[in-house]
Design a protein around this ligand. Sequence first.
Ligand SMILES: [Zn+2]
Length: 390
Amino acid sequence: MTEYAWLLLLLPVAAASGWLAGRRGGERKGGARVSRLSNTYFRGLNYLLNEQQDKAIEVFLQIAAVDKDTVETQFALGHLFRRRGEVDRAIRLHQSLVARPGLSDEQKTRAVLALGEDYMRAGLLDRAETLFTDLVRVGVQAPQALKHLISIYQAERDWAKAIEHARQYESVSGEPMGRLVAQFHCELAEKARLGGQPEQAREHIFEAYAADSHCVRAGLVEGMLEQSLGNDAAAIRAYERVARHDIEFLPEILEPLLGCYERRGEMARARGFLMEMIEQYPGISPVLELARILQRDEGTRAALEFLAGQLRQRPSVRGEAAYIELSLKDPDNDPAATLRTLRHITEQLLVRTPGYRCQRCGFGTRAHHWQCPGCKSWGSVKPVHGAVTE
Ligand SMILES: [Zn+2]
């Protein structure tokens, strides 16, 4: 439920007041009572909207006292108690609602659901699980109860049950749950991998891909598993798949993947893959790895030329450090040329570094502003220490 959607729960109270007012028409006494009630109701609503929950509770307790039959007021109070963290009070209220005779089926279900939510809030997961499982069995409010059950099984790290209920939720609600199910299978795969059960781990990796064909985590677990079993070819496929599905994970797989290529002597494939990644990935990691391979296979000069060309397009401090390191190892090093390259890279880096930063919101700028362009506060933008901009 969104922040205020639950306020709609209270609307029937106001509507009932209006209906009574209409029906009683000329009856002065009844009309007065009703208008007092709906005035009280709107006062309570105002307190709620102003986040004055103490006063709201007071008002709704008054309404509940006058209007003992209004179940909706009880629901509203229960909700307020829980929101304020008074879970014990909410539990007592919802328990008495559940036990109350004469409730409609719909009201009874809502009361059970609310009680289950109280139990969850109180950390009484077993009790909550029992209530929600009953609701699912009866088939009412199943999607919401299933959703709660999924969170309970996640908290208990019972992944098999979490998968089962996520699938059930998917078929009841139509909402796709594949990405979540894939994560749960990865949890099981990881557990099997660490427990020395590779076949089980493979099964769960397969299931994870079946649930979400772009699951990055399944590829990572598969890569680690196959690598540890000495199946470098399978590990390479898994790691390459990770990078192609989500390039942001490239730094995570680069080192183990290159180890696999080297053990198999597939250096041409390694170069091809790194070139492909350099095209797509804005960071410096694949550039540094390719420079390392070039240095070993073609010599320091080739690596330096490649690195200098790349650093002109993507200046980076780590790249610059690698460039200096390589230059020191270069027997034919031309110091003046090296310094010119370094000066160019450093200038590029400085252009991108903000000289001033707002102390309040962190906004970085190259020029000084007395009023921060980010948070509009005055005098909060100050020079950054250590950034040489003069
Ligand atoms: Zn600011």
